[in-house]
Design a binder for this molecule. Structure first.
Ligand SMILES: [Zn+2]
Length: 388
């Protein structure tokens, strides 16, 4: 057998042993309405078809200027004239090609992307879609969500969570012609990862792995910054509870950067707020009755027969968490808070701390999510994937 045949067989085996990678379509700069932008080739090359039907290529350093006009995309290459078309596909001419996008109207940050681009004229603006394989997309997402300099097992945890989200929500924007947007509405994605080798290794080692419930359905893999020492059940803040999102005692989150916070609110301001929530008052109010203590997470702030959800208070006052106690001091109510975020599911700082202590990524995931399975989506029955 000659070498090229052997290479083909090895390639075939490696693709099928890992499963075929799927492409995902991400709408970029969502939800901005983009009227014009500059595209340049950062590395490699890209081919495209002009409005005249000519096949052209841009290589490193070359630019295209695009603007939306009369529901068409007008294209100008460097100093040449304009051509126009209804949609533009930029296909990479090498595996390593990177394209750079700089919206001009409105002015937005320049970003680099791997793989291919599709641009459509939609409702008087340019819709820019990055068509990219799922694993490369995840590396960009994980870098944004996990930040730099964390242990590699935390990157593995975050990659599996983000992959689970992408698979579960694959058709979230189906009606708009793409899978997910690049905004926090879906998952924050700012293009290619910046050569963080650990992020790449984490994606490779966990290739295909997602979290499912006992019926092999991808879970809502909720996460937050810091639990404050105890996570809360999903039913405390969302309408429906989930068997895998139960409260967990979380000593790993204590003493981490976002474990504590404090806020002071003038007593009169606090009383006015409670009046707006139909609390009844003695005259003058007994300030001590408005203190509260959450040693463990509770759902309701209670004063006599009046109640209010801690989570509602968090939303209304833009507090870091709903896990707080209130003390009266010198005409103010002092809020002593624990944690940062909604507190459901995995605590990122707790998980980072576990990874630093040597816990394996599967132990970390099983600690925060109850009765889950960590399996490859390639092995799932087709009905479990790509829910509406
Ligand atoms: Zn979205």
């Amino acid at each position: 057998m000659n070498n090229s045949k052997l290479l083909l067989i090895l390639l075939f085996l490696s693709v099928f042993s890992k499963g075929l990678s799927i492409d995902i379509r991400i709408s970029l700069y969502h939800p901005h309405i983009i009227h014009s932008l500059m595209i340049s080739c950062f590395e490699g090359g890209y081919s495209y078809v002009t409005g005249n039907g000519e096949i052209k290529e841009i290589t490193q350093g070359q630019q295209l200027f695009l603007k939306n006009f009369n529901d068409e995309i007008w294209i100008r290459e460097d100093d040449q004239g304009w051509t126009h078309t209804s949609q533009l596909f930029l296909s990479r001419t090498s595996g390593q090609s990177i394209i750079s996008i700089k919206p001009a109207s409105p002015v937005l940050p320049e970003r680099n992307y791997y793989s291919n681009l599709e641009i459509h004229s939609v409702h008087g603006s340019l819709r820019v879609i990055n068509v990219i394989d799922l694993e490369s997309y995840l590396m960009g997402v994980v870098e944004t969500e996990a930040g730099p300099s964390v242990p590699i097992d935390f990157y593995k945890v975050q990659t599996i969570i983000c992959r689970t989200y992408a698979i579960r929500n694959f058709n979230r924007h189906q009606d708009e012609g793409y899978n997910l947007c690049d905004n926090v509405h879906c998952q924050s994605y700012k293009g290619r990862n910046k050569w963080n080798e650990d992020v790449m290794i984490a994606a490779e080692v966990t290739e295909g792995l997602i979290l499912t419930d006992s019926d092999t359905m991808p879970i809502v893999a909720a996460f937050h910054s810091n639990s404050g020492g105890e996570t809360q059940g999903a039913e405390n803040i969302w309408l429906n509870g989930q068997a895998y999102l139960l409260p967990v005692l979380d000593p790993f989150s204590i003493d981490q950067p976002n474990a504590k916070w404090e806020r002071s609110i003038a007593a009169e301001e606090w009383f006015n707020y409670l009046r707006s929530k139909y609390f009844t008052f003695d005259t003058p109010p007994d300030t001590m009755a408005y203190q509260c203590s959450q040693k463990h997470r509770m759902k309701y702030y209670i004063v006599d027969t009046d109640t209010l959800e801690y989570n509602k208070i968090r939303e209304d006052w833009n507090l870091k968490s709903s896990f707080f106690s209130i003390f009266y001091h010198d005409s103010d109510f002092i809020f002593i808070g624990k944690g940062y975020g909604h507190g459901v599911g995995l605590s990122q700082e707790g998980a980072i701390n576990m990874a630093r202590k040597g816990y394996h990524f599967t132990e970390i995931l099983n600690y925060y999510y109850h009765d889950i399975m960590i399996i490859s989506y390639h092995d799932l029955p087709p009905g479990s994937l790509f829910q509406e």
